[in-house]
Every structure is written in structure tokens, then in C-alpha cells.
Write a protein that binds this ligand. Structure first.
Ligand code: GLU
Length: 278
């Protein structure tokens, strides 16, 4: 059975791009007689707000979306992420990273201009060095050692409904953070664990998250999870061809409601030709 999900982060109001993504996920489930689940991704306590969560759920209902079963809220499930993190740590494919954002930016930008990926500063620290820093109370995040992970899993790939069979190349993304300083998880880890625990068979999400799937595929391989099928859909753009963002308050579903739009009108705004399904 096809099981899809919509997984918003309550860091702002639902905008048209999210609404499109939610409607898309629901449609994929409904046309296959499957299930559509809703998950609230609220592990980032600094940015997520309960009022945004309530508003997102209300706007989704107003749009006429119907999800199956109860809503999974990530902040209620830190034990699941901690368990997965401990398994990865026991495999020896993680390491503590003591770098501050500033240090990473400085190391990554020298000498040939900025690069996006973590330069690996903490990967080869000695056990003694790590021990001393932890004992001294230095805060640290946990990173996945991609090379060590791939050495365990061997080559990996996933099936994408648009891109076809995609060989996983997580090494191009650098060693990702899988647990942040303040929480035993990160976006990459919790999304992978949740998709597994919720039995998601088809992950539909915006093409801006395509690169993240390389990391998720490696985590699935290490944790022994089944790999869902993926469909990274194009993003809704405004008339200038710029992708919609939360900062673009004008396209918040809430704002359209307040200006008197009906839900069928807003749904119609989310069915651009780029939104066509295969
Ligand atoms: N929570 C993520 C976001 O709002 C989406 C995660 C996903 O679909 O995998 O961007």
C-alpha cells in the first residue's frame, strides 16, 4: 500500500508552496487507495512555535486535507532518535564536532572561496583530544562519517519518480550533523527514523530537498531500513519565477483567507502545470 506524508516545520505560517506539497502528497495516496499521514517536524525548539503548529493544522483542514490516523509530533519522540543515534555511534560511523559555525565558515572558505560542505576539521581528532574536550565541557554536535558509513554499506541508490534510479553520493554533501548540540537528533536523522517508523512508502517533497535524500539513503542503509520511493516535485514559483518562501508573507494561506479567498480558489492556485503528476 502507498503511504505518503506531509511533514511541515512549524516555523511560520503555511504558504502556497507548502499547501501544494501537502495536496500533492495527499493526491498520491488517494489515487492509489493508500494512506496520507501528517507529521509535525518541531525538533528545532528555537524556531518552532506551538501557535504556528496550530495555524498550520487549521489551514490544512480549511483547505480540505484529510490525513489518516493521528499526527506524529517529533518533539514527542526524542527516544526514537536517541536510539538510532546510539546505534550509529556503536557502529563507529559518527564523531563529535566541536566547530562553531564561524570556524566552519572560515575553514570552508579558505583558500578558494566558500564551499558548502563541512571541511572535516573534527573527523580525524584523536580519541584523547575528543575525550579532553568533552571533559572540559566543550559543546559538540555529532556528525556522520560518510566515508566510514559507505565503507559499511557499499554503493547505494534510490528510485525517484522524476529522476529515475539515483546512485547515492552522500560524500558530495560532506559529513552531515545527525545530532545537534542541544538535541539528540537533527533534521536528517529524525526524518529518516520517522519515515521508517511510520511505514512511509513514497516520500513526496520539494526538489530543494533532493540533496538531503543522499544522506537519508545512507542512514537507511546503516540502520537497516527499507528505502521508500521518492518524488521530488518542482517548487511553486511566483510570477517572477522566484520560489515561494515563508518570508513571502503575501502567499501565506492565512493571509489569503483573511483577504476573503475561498478554499477551492486557494487549492486552484496550487495546481500549476508544473504540479502535474506522472
Ligand atoms: N520539515 C521539512 C520542511 O518543512 C520537510 C521535510 C521532508 O519533507 O522531508 O521543509
Amino acid at each position: 500500500m502507498i503511504v505518503t506524508r506531509f511533514a511541515p516545520s512549524p516555523t511560520g505560517y503555511l504558504h502556497l508552496g507548502h499547501a501544494y506539497s501537502a495536496l500533492f502528497a495527499e493526491a498520491q495516496a488517494r489515487k492509489a487507495d493508500g494512506r496520507f499521514l501528517l507529521r509535525i517536524e518541531d525538533i528545532d525548539t528555537a524556531r518552532c512555535r506551538p501557535e504556528y503548529e496550530a495555524a498550520i493544522i487549521e489551514d490544512l483542514s480549511w483547505l480540505g486535507l484529510k490525513w489518516d490516523g493521528s499526527i506524529r509530533r517529533q518533539s514527542d519522540h526524542t527516544d526514537d532518535y536517541q536510539a538510532a543515534l546510539s546505534r550509529l555511534e556503536r557502529m563507529g560511523v559518527t564523531y563529535p564536532c566541536f566547530c562553531s559555525r564561524k570556524e566552519i565558515a572560515a575553514a570552508a572558505s579558505a583558500p578558494h572561496g566558500p564551499v558548502r560542505v563541512y571541511p572535516g576539521t573534527c573527523r580525524n581528532r584523536t580519541p584523547q583530544d575528543r575525550f579532553d574536550r568533552i571533559l572540559a565541557g566543550q559543546p559538540y554536535a555529532v556528525r556522520l562519517n560518510v566515508e566510514a558509513g559507505l565503507a559499511r554499506t557499499g554503493p547505494l541508490a534510490w528510485q525517484d519518480r522524476i529522476a529515475g534510479i539515483v546512485p547515492a553520493t552522500p560524500e558530495r554533501e560532506g559529513d552531515p550533523v545527525i545530532a545537534r548540540r542541544d538535541t539528540p537528533t537533527s533534521y536528517h536523522l529524525s526524518v529518516t527514523v520517522d519515515d521508517h517508523l511510520q511505514g512511509i512508502t513514497l516520500v513526496t517533497r520539494g526538489e530543494d530537498l533532493f540533496a538531503a535524500t543522499h544522506v537519508h539513503r545512507l542512514l537507511q542503509g546503516l540502520l537497516g531500513y527499507e528505502t521508500p520511493e521518492y518524488h521530488h516535485h518542482p517548487l511553486l514559483k511566483n510570477v517572477d519565477g522566484v520560489r515561494l518562501s515563508k518570508r513571502d508573507g503575501a502567499v501565506a494561506v492565512r493571509a489569503l483567507r483573511e483577504r476573503g479567498s475561498r478554499s477551492d480558489e486557494v487549492r486552484a492556485m496550487c495546481s500549476w502545470p508544473t504540479a502535474s503528476t506522472p
